[in-house]
Structures are given as structure tokens and as C-alpha cells.
Design a protein around this ligand. Structure first.
Ligand code: ADP
Ligand code: MG
Length: 829
């Protein structure tokens, strides 16, 4: 059937086009005459979608469908934009040529996962700025913005902190002491009263069954007087206490009941969500704003978790979960009645919340799995792992590899022999011998006519790697270069040329390696030391210097297993969990300020035996706010007053690189006996003659950091000591925390302890990790769900590596959007 202007589809579109043309005529002169355009458009598009139309057309109609939502509250410019955009879309429809026929739709097709265009439309709706919403003006939008809430979607994720069951509010006479309760009543009396010399604000509310006293120790009188009036009815929440035979609540949460409120199921006769305060917006107003947004936008939310997985875990669809959290039909856990009865009521286990958490974790793991799968699909270099160089090297090596080193090495070899690029992490405590393993991997690459690069986070470390390696390299006939920012221009040019033409087999360096002008002849293996210090960005930059080179990252910061799954989720992990034989564990002890004399004696004792010492401070220069012993001042004091017969020297991060190096060399050469420093020595310095380390203000460091520092001693055959000097006699907690260091030398155990005590921040390294930020997940409490989400995501991708199956339609897009802006994301493909 040749279509004409009278076919149903064209009719619909023409109907829609008319008001738009009218509105836009004469430079939008009739803009204000446009009424109910959103509704009209939605209806017409709905009708159009029931017709048999091509996929392309369907996409355009979908785009059109919601284009005018919120139109009435838009600015004139926004309205003009929308109309112009709509007309452009219609133009693209080429109405005349469309073949259309009425077609009955099976109900199923309506419930297919939304496609990409649809998702895009929804995402753009969800990102509607708050000020564009009804009832939110510029001022209110600003209050939200201060809390980081800028779009409708942000509000959807502003989750209630608790719920109040107001379906049947208890009589005051029934309130139980020690329980957190909701009560309601009328203000009988109020005002300031004196308890001895203490002034407090008090009011008494009654409900016919009894009286409840409300008390404030902190308050602003004018505010209280302005806000509350005798006769007003309140709904209050808090822990019920008793004082002088009278029930009371101190600093209650309060909502004022206004006429008609009791009929409003938003605030009454329902389980009511309570939100954490935003600016000075009253709870009721906040609840209303959020409810409006939830009503309008929650249905737009699309979650990445496929239906069959939701079903298997009995989880809610994301959009239902969001609606449910804000507008509960299922009963959420309201606060426990008994004091101590369960303590914090656990909302996280409540199905809608759990669904949100799973959703976020699944999305994260799908991203990681895609990334990993993508690497595995790429063509890499297939290395031949039978290497004469390695054989020769093992012969000249003065020690035997540990079993753990052997294991890591065979895992690396297996990866290198594969046709796709290796992406492996070696985790091993300080001194476990990662560098040797990495060097052997380099030898394999070099034997295969490829170059290798080692990137270290500091000049000192890069240099140390160079010094350790180049002796061996020379006897093996390998060319190694050190590339740091210390080089003169001509030195640099020479080295760059040699790297470019392939004369250099192994390049060791700092960030200098990822500068734009560094070109490799054929980079086959990239080794990144102390991965923790580099962002994902730098890792990717170095990788780009070659064509899909193998990647090996090394870290001495053991990461708790639960976190490793997220932080290094796209890497395979080898663990070197054994120290070379003969190492004596560092004897660690916590001392207090009063033991300082004793501590100095321990140091002196080592020095007289020809050993060296580190003394570490958390900061460089004294600052007025912080009563900390600063490195600069202390180093003078130590030299003059405590160790006049020894050479004391200062090293800190703000020194020039050359200066630092000079000092480090002098310390290594034993020209310096005591090195006073800030945490610059944390990473990788190797001076086997140093046997004692004193860490001042040890309480200021994380345990993992202390462990890293401690790794600087005990590197020779001597008995070594680590002294943790706790500054101002801290709390018992601090002391106990430091005691962990006395009990174990196991970096993994310490990391787990740190995780428990300080949370995941230390490990995730803020933005550095390149991971999306979590909105609902708490890695500490959600570890078991994380495990499940990971299994599911990886399983799904195993069956459908490119997410092309129908039931996964749109999934990739959602994941990409959530990972938006992260480096390497493009690689998800
Ligand atoms: P990491 O980089 O893991 O901190 P290194 O590779 O720097 O550790 O090794 C620390 C020291 O131990 C180095 O001096 C190294 O030569 C030595 N070493 C490495 N492996 C062994 C081993 N299997 N047996 C004895 N010493 C070893
Ligand atoms: Mg190292």
C-alpha cells in the first residue's frame, strides 16, 4: 500500500506538528498559547507506536514521546529549544514515505527491555535539573546543590535514613522507657527553665493519656519561639527516658501537624520515610518534594540486572526498588523497640534496599568483567617462554627463588604464552622479592625481541631498580636505561633515541616514561611498580606506548580480599606470601612519650654496633594548629642534643629530587647514621644496614602505612626493630590499634584490620582507583553481595560476551553511562 497523507501514522504526526508550527511562527510569537503539549505528545506517540513502523521510526517516536515533559515549568528559551528539537525529529520521520499499517501488538513486545534510544531518553529525563521541576525554585535548588543533589535522579538516590510507623501511633501512656518511639500530642506548656545553673528549653505535650516532656540543651531561643506555639500539635520521635518520674525525650525529631495532615498518607496512617536533613528544609516539605519526584521519575529508572537474575535472588527491579524505598508498601524495619535490642536497625537487609545495593554492585562488576573480557579478546603478543636469558640469570642469581616467587612466575609465564595480553597483579609484602620476578618476566620479553618498561612512582625507587638490575643486565648482555626527569636535555635525547630504535631493551623510569615524546620500538611488557600510587590513567598511558603489551603491576600494599575484587577487578592476581629465607621478623613495640629516653637508648645501641636508623615524622614543618614534633626541628635537636657523635640528616618530600638522591646515596653508603624523614621513605628504599626505625606520632598513620614503613628495616640478616611512639597519650583505642603491629607481620592481616578500623577509603584511594563512586553500597558491609554480583556478572558475560542477546539489550549502555567519564571505559567497547 502506497502511503498517503491520510495513512494513520502521517495523520498522527500531522496532528502533532500543527501546534508546533503554530507556536514557532513569527519567532515563537504564540509560544504562550501552547497548552498540554506534553500530554498530547505522549498520547499521540503512544498511538503511533502501536502502528507497524520501522525500527528507525520507532526510535524517533520514542525520542519524541517524552520530549515535552515538564514543559510548563520551563524557561522560554528551554521551551523554544524543545519545540525546535521536536520539529527536527518530525522532519527526520519523512512522514510521506512511511508505510504504516495497524497492527495488534502482543503484550510482550511492550515489556521488552528498553532499547538504547529509550534509555537515552530516560537518562536525559532523569538528569533534569532540580530547578526545572515544579515547586523547586532557584533558592531551593541551591540548598539541594550544596548537598551535591542536582538532578531528579540524585533525589531518587537520597534514601531515607529510617522509617516511622505512623499507622497506629502509640498513646503517651504506652511509651516504653529506653525505646525509640514515635508519639503525638499537643503543646501544653513551653519555655526556658533552669536546672541548677543549667538553662534548657522544655515543652510538655499531652494526648489525653499522659504527658511527655521534650528537652533541648542546645537551642536558639528566638527560633524555638518562632517555630512552636502552645496548642500546636506535634509528632515527635526519639529515645524515651525518664526524669523525676516524668517521661521525656531529649532533642526529639519533630514535625508540626497542620490541619489536614492527618488525612495525607504522605505523613500519616502510613509508614513514613524520614530523610536526613537538607539545609533547613523541614522534614515535611522535604518529604513532599521527594515524593513528587519519586512519583514522576522513578518509573524512568532502568537497572542493569537482567530479569532472570533478579528472579533467582528474589530482588526487585531497580525502578520498583526506588519507589518502594521512598513509598514503602512492604514494611521496612522500623527502629527496634528495646534498647540494645539489635542496636542499629539494619535497613540494608530490607529487600528494596538490598535490591539497590545489588544493582550497584552488579553494574560495577559488569563494567569490570567487560573490561577484562575486552582485554582477553584483544590480540596480544604470544611470547615463547623458553628463555636462555632466564636460564643464565638464574645461574648468576646468588639465591634460590622462594616457592611463592616460583608460583607467581609460572602464572606470569602462562599468561605471557597466551595470545591475548596479560593483565596481572603481583601482590606481595615489602621485601618478598617482587622485583626479581618482574625482571625475569622482562627477560622473557627481551628474548622475544621485545622491549620492556618498568615504571616506579619515585625517582629514588626507579634509580634503585636500575641499580639492582643493571649489574645483572650487563653480564647478560642486555641494555638498560634509566629515564627520570633528572636528566639533561642531551642525555634525555640520547636515551629516547635508543628506546625508539630498539637499542635499549629495558627502560626503567618514573612518570617520565609516559611523556609524549617517549616512543618504543616494540614494547612488549609493561611493569608498574607500586600500582597503588598510579591512577588508572597512567597505567593506560604507558600501555598505549605499545600495541597491546602484556601488563604486570606490582603492589606492596596488600589489599583485603573483598576490596581486591573491586579495586583490581579486571586483573588476575598472583600473591607472593612468603619472605625469602633468613629474614627475621621486625621486632615491633609500642612506646609512650614517657619512654622516650628508653627509645633513644635502643637507637644508640644499634648505632654503636655500626647499624643505622630511621626516625620518621608525619609532617615536615611545625604548624601552629598541630602539636606535632616536626621533622626539621627534631632533626636539629637530635643532632645537637641526643646523638652529637653521629651524623643525623633530614630527608623530606619537598626537597629537590637531586638533593633527596644525594642524601639517600649517602645513607646507603653509611655516611649518614640517622635518617630523619617524613613518609618519603615509605616506598621501596633498600638499606640492609638500617636496623631500627622509630615512628613518631604513630597514631597518625594507618596500619598498612606503618607496615610499609616498617618494611624498610629488617632487610639484612640483622635483628631489627620498629618502635611506634604514640604521641600525646591517646585513647585506649589508638593504643590497641597500634598493638596489632606488635602481634603480626602479615600485611594481609594488617590490611584487614585497617579496613575494619578505618573503612575502605585508604585502599580505594578516592578517585584514583578509577572506579565509579557508590551511592548505596558500603563495601565493608556488602562484601557477600559483592561476591554474588561478581559471579553473576562474569557468568552472564561468559555466555554473552558482547551483551548482544535480546534480554541484555540496553544493559551495556546502562553500565557505560554509570561508568561515564572513567578512563579506559572506551575499551569496554
Ligand atoms: P619487593 O620488591 O617485593 O619489596 P625486592 O624484590 O626488592 O622485594 O627484594 C628484596 C630483597 O630480597 C632484595 O635485596 C632481593 O635481592 C632479595 N631477594 C629477592 N628474592 C630473594 C630470594 N628468593 N632469596 C633471597 N633473597 C631474595
Ligand atoms: Mg619493591
Amino acid at each position: 500500500m502506497e502511503s498517503t497523507a491520510t495513512d494513520p501514522f502521517s495523520q498522527i504526526i500531522t496532528t502533532l506538528l500543527k501546534p508546533l508550527i503554530f507556536a514557532s511562527k513569527d519567532n515563537f510569537a504564540h509560544l504562550s498559547a501552547i497548552k498540554n503539549i506534553a500530554e498530547l505528545t505522549q498520547n499521540l506517540c503512544q498511538q503511533a507506536l502501536r502502528l507497524s513502523i520501522s525500527d528507525g521510526t520507532m526510535r524517533r517516536v520514542r525520542e519524541l514521546q517524552n520530549i515535552f515533559v515538564g514543559f510548563d515549568s520551563m524557561t522560554v528559551d528551554q521551551k523554544k529549544d524543545k519545540i525546535t528539537k521536536a520539529m527536527e525529529i518530525i522532519e527526520g520521520l519523512k512522514v510521506k514515505g512511511e508505510r504504516s499499517m495497524i497492527k495488534t501488538l502482543t503484550p510482550n513486545t511492550l515489556h521488552l527491555s528498553p532499547d538504547f534510544e529509550e534509555i537515552k531518553t530516560r537518562v536525559s529525563r532523569l538528569s533534569t535539573p532540580l530547578r526545572a521541576l515544579k515547586g523547586i525554585g532557584t533558592k531551593l535548588a541551591e540548598v539541594f546543590r550544596k548537598k551535591g543533589l542536582e538532578s531528579a535522579e540524585d533525589i531518587l538516590y537520597w534514601l531515607p535514613i529510617r522509617y516511622e510507623d505512623r499507622r497506629k501511633i502509640k498513646k503517651i501512656s504506652q511509651l516504653r522507657f529506653g525505646a525509640k518511639e514515635v508519639a503525638s500530642g499537643e503543646i501544653m506548656v513551653m519555655g526556658e527553665v533552669f536546672y541548677g545553673r543549667r538553662k534548657i528549653f522544655e515543652m510538655s505535650i499531652g494526648d489525653g493519656s499522659g504527658f511527655l516532656r521534650l528537652k533541648w540543651f542546645n537551642y536558639k531561643l528566638p527560633f524555638m519561639k518562632r517555630r512552636y506555639k502552645i496548642g500546636q500539635r506535634l509528632i515527635v520521635y526519639g529515645e524515651v527516658g525518664i526524669f523525676g518520674g516524668q517521661k521525656d525525650i531529649i532533642h526529639p525529631d519533630i514535625e508540626i501537624i497542620e490541619d489536614g495532615d492527618e488525612l495525607d498518607s504522605l505523613h500519616f496512617n502510613a509508614i513514613v520515610p524520614i530523610y536526613s536533613q537538607i539545609g533547613n528544609i523541614h522534614q515535611k516539605t522535604l518529604r513532599k518534594i521527594i515524593r513528587n519526584i519519586v512519583d514522576e521519575y522513578s518509573s524512568q529508572v532502568v537497572g542493569p540486572v537482567p530479569k532472570d537474575i533478579l528472579k533467582r535472588y528474589s530482588l526487585l527491579d531497580l525502578s520498583d526498588a526506588i519507589a518502594e524505598v521512598h513509598r514503602p508498601n512492604m514494611t521496612p524495619p522500623c527502629p527496634p523497640l528495646e534498647k540494645g535490642g539489635g542496636g542499629e536497625f539494619n535497613l540494608r537487609d530490607w529487600l528494596p534496599r538490598k535490591s539497590l545495593i545489588f544493582d550497584e554492585l552488579f553494574c560495577l562488576e559488569t563494567g569490570l568483567a567487560l573490561k577484562k573480557g575486552n582485554t582477553e579478546k584483544k590480540d596480544g603478543i604470544t611470547f615463547s617462554i623458553n628463555s636462555k636469558l632466564v636460564e643464565d640469570f638464574v645461574k648468576i642469581l646468588p639465591f634460590k627463588l622462594t616457592a611463592a616467587q616460583d608460583r607467581a612466575l609460572s602464572e606470569i609465564k602462562r599468561d605471557m604464552a597466551m595470545p591475548h595480553p596479560m593483565n596481572r597483579l603481583i601482590q606481595g609484602d615489602v621485601g618478598s622479592g617482587k622485583t626479581v620476578v618482574a625482571f625475569i618476566a622482562s627477560l622473557i620479553a627481551i628474548e622475544n625481541n621485545c622491549q620492556s618498561a618498568i615504571m616506579a612512582p619515585t625517582e629514588i625507587l626507579a634509580e634503585q631498580h636500575y641499580l639492582n638490575i643493571h649489574g645483572y643486565a650487563e653480564s647478560l648482555g642486555i641494555k638498560v636505561a634509566l629515564l627520570t626527569s633528572n636528566l639533561t636535555k642531551s642525555e634525555r635525547t640520547t636515551i629516547l633515541n635508543c628506546i625508539k630504535n630498539g637499542d635499549i631493551n629495558l627502560a626503567i623510569g618514573t612518570h617520565a616514561l609516559i611523556q609524549e615524546d617517549v616512543e618504543f620500538n616494540k614494547l612488549g611488557l609493561v611493569i608498574i611498580d607500586e600500582q597503588h600510587r598510579f591512577g588508572v590513567v597512567q597505567r593506560a598511558l604507558l600501555k598505549k606506548k605499545g600495541a597491546n603489551p602484556d601488563i604486570l603491576v606490582m603492589t606492596a600494599t596488600p589489599i583485603p580480599r573483598t576490596l581486591a575484587m573491586t579495586v583490581y577487578g579486571d586483573l588476575d592476581v598472583s600473591v607472593i606470601d612468603e619472605l625469602p629465607p633468613g629474614r627475621k621478623p621486625v621486632k615491633t613495640k609500642v612506646y609512650r612519650e614517657k619512654d622516650r629516653e628508653q627509645v633513644y637508648n635502643i637507637v644508640k645501641n644499634e648505632l654503636t654496633q655500626g647499624r643505622q636508623a630511621y626516625i620518621v615524622y608525619p609532617i615536615i614543618e611545625e604548624s601552629e594548629e598541630l602539636d606535632l614534633k616536626d621533622a626539621t626541628k627534631m632533626s636539629e635537636h637530635l643532632q645537637k642534643d641526643i646523638f652529637p657523635n653521629y651524623k643525623v640528616n633530614l630527608l623530606h618530600g619537598r626537597m629537590k629530587a637531586e638533593e633527596k638522591e644525594k642524601i639517600m646515596k649517602a645513607f646507603k653508603a653509611q655516611d649518614i647514621n640517622i635518617l630523619v624523614s617524613t613518609t618519603v621513605i615509605e616506598v621501596g628504599i633498600d638499606v640492609p644496614n638500617a636496623t631500627v626505625m622509630v615512628i613518631e606520632h604513630a597514631e597518625r598513620f594507618g596500619l598498612s602505612q606503618l607496615h610499609q614503613l616498617r618494611g624498610r628495616v629488617g632487610r639484612g640478616g640483622y635483628e631489627s626493630y620498629c618502635i611506634l611512639l604514640a604521641g600525646r597519650v591517646g585513647s585506649l583505642d589508638t593504643y590497641q590499634r597500634l598493638k596489632v603491629m606488635e602481634d603480626t607481620n602479615d600485611g594481609f592481616k594488617i590490611a584487614e584490620e585497617d579496613l575494619k578500623l578505618r573503612g575502605p577509603g585508604d585502599f580505594l584511594g578516592t578517585r584514583q582507583s578509577g572506579l565509579p563512586e557508590f551511592r548505596v553500597v558500603n563495601l565493608l558491609t556488602d562484601a557477600s553481595l559483592l561476591q554474588k554480583a561478581r559471579e553473576e556478572a562474569f557468568k552472564m558475560l561468559k555466555n554473552d560476551p558482547n551483551l548482544t542477546l535480546k534480554e541484555h539489550a540496553g544493559l551495556k549502555e546502562i553500565v557505560k553511562m554509570r561508568w561515564k567519564g572513567r578512563m579506559e571505559l572506551a575499551e569496554i567497547g
